[in-house]
Design a protein around this ligand. Structure first.
Ligand code: PLP
Length: 430
């Protein structure tokens, strides 16, 4: 007897409850997306900070069609392919010095998993097998697969799985906007960075493999940046104890903040970088781990990286990624993200002046967020029952704007919303 589909949308691939019935997407162009009824809304979050160059870019679509006529899949263990080779070369040119090896994947969680596993295999290969702990921050988001989730600091997502995941130590992410001490910004940055050293010492330095952080926070913190002094101090501590520094640039990378990498705002030199989202910009699933030869070679010499995904280095996805990169470079989208981002930030700060329940506006370029609060003095969050983070999304949507919002302080309390339109947005559209 054949399956009897349930009423409604039987084949929905979404396994969670939503208060709003999601409309069917019909078509999209530039910063706009239309639903099945013909209603047009501004994609003010570029999906989930993905569609960085806007929807329906004809040059990217053309490049994909050209590639489709040649070959759409060539298994990486059987063939190299031209778009993957060229994209790897171009990406390496955008990375900090020495980051010359690119390992393609199909998404952010895969990119993070790859960093964790390469780090571990490197340690084993160079005779440091005692190192296996990865210190991360709270709050943070690094992905949904078990490895990436194990380093994620977001209670609402990790709680059911804690017993299944190796305990991974966490330190507090800098939340300078919440601090009510007499420290200068510089001192505060150092205070938070030094929490890493305390944690390393508490865990035993010989057991610590890596530290992973989002140089500019994403959805879990609402575009949180640390004080400037934080970044070099973190590098110093990692070097002191031989710990690898992993930058998760899945959301902050690919130009969204006005520089190709979020860490470029502080000239950071991480040991491993995870990229995705804006790399394929919604045209194809695409991600990458970027690593230096000094980490990759010992792994190769020891027999090779025991890791890989079937769709990795897919020629169609890489052709899309190349065309996306061309768009970013040919239309100075990094410059636009900075210019228009400054304007958007001013507008958000204007809102914060008018409305006392907006407590903090933060971020860089077009990765911007505003946090709701109940009280400016104490920065206390709004009561949880208000569900401000969901209500603001509903209200904005009713008025024709998609924004992205989450709980802020680790997924349990606090509310923020992110405004991250495509980097092609004009001042008028802002
Ligand atoms: N890392 C960060 C910083 C992210 O923001 C995300 C997704 O939002 C991920 C990793 C996971 O990426 P994906 O959902 O593509 O697996």
């Amino acid at each position: 007897m054949p399956n009897q589909p349930a009423a409604g949308r039987p084949a929905s691939h979404l396994f969670y409850q939503s208060r709003l019935r999601r409309p069917l997407a019909s078509h999209a162009e530039g910063i706009y997306i239309w639903d099945e009824t013909g209603r047009k809304v501004i994609d003010g979050s570029s999906g989930a900070m993905v569609v960085n160059i806007g929807h329906g870019n004809p040059r990217v679509l053309e490049a994909m069609k050209r590639q489709m006529d040649k070959v759409t899949f060539a298994y990486r263990l059987h063939f190299e392919n031209e778009p993957a080779e060229e994209l790897a070369r171009r990406l390496a040119g955008l990375m900090p010095e020495g980051m010359d090896k690119v390992f393609f994947v199909s998404g952010g969680s895969e990119a993070v998993e790859s960093c964790l596993k390469l780090a571990r295999q490197w340690a084993v290969a160079v005779g440091q097998a005692s190192r296996y702990k990865v210190i991360s921050r709270f709050p943070s988001y690094h992905g949904s697969t078990l490895g990436a989730l194990a380093v994620t600091g977001y209670d609402a997502l990790t709680a059911p799985f804690l017993p299944m995941m190796q305990a991974m130590p966490k330190i507090k992410a800098p939340t300078a906007y919440l601090d009510r001490d007499n420290l200068s910004m510089e001192e505060r940055g150092l205070k938070y960075a030094d929490m890493l050293e305390e944690k390393v010492l508490a865990e035993g330095p010989e057991s610590v493999l890596a530290f992973i952080m989002e140089p500019i926070g994403g959805a879990s913190t609402g575009a949180l940046t640390a004080p400037d002094s934080y970044y070099p101090r973190i590098r110093e501590i990692c070097d002191r104890y031989g710990i690898l520094l992993i930058h998760d640039e899945v959301m902050s990378g690919a130009g969204r903040t006005g520089k190709y990498l979020g860490g470029d705002h502080w000239n950071c030199n991480p040991d491993l970088i995870a990229l995705s989202k804006g790399l394929g910009a919604g045209y194809c699933p695409l991600g990458a781990m970027i690593a230096p030869s000094r980490l990759v070679q010992p792994v190769l010499d020891a027999g090779g990286f025991a890791h890989g995904y079937t769709y990795a280095g897919n020629p169609l996805a890489c052709a899309a990624g190349l065309a996306v990169l061309d768009e970013i470079e040919n239309h100075d989208l990094l410059g636009n993200a900075t210019r228009v981002g400054n304007l958007l930030r001013q507008e958000l700060e204007g809102l914060a002046e008018r409305f006392p329940f907006i407590g903090d506006v933060r971020g860089k370029g077009l990765l911007l967020a505003a946090e709701f609060i109940a009280d400016r003095e104490t920065m206390a969050p709004l009561p949880k029952e208000m569900n401000a983070y969901q209500r603001v999304v509903d209200i904005a949507y009713e008025r024709g704007l998609i924004i992205y919002s989450r709980r802020t302080r680790g997924g349990t309390e606090g509310d923020h919303f992110l405004v991250c339109p495509p980097m092609i947005i004009t001042p008028e559209e802002i």
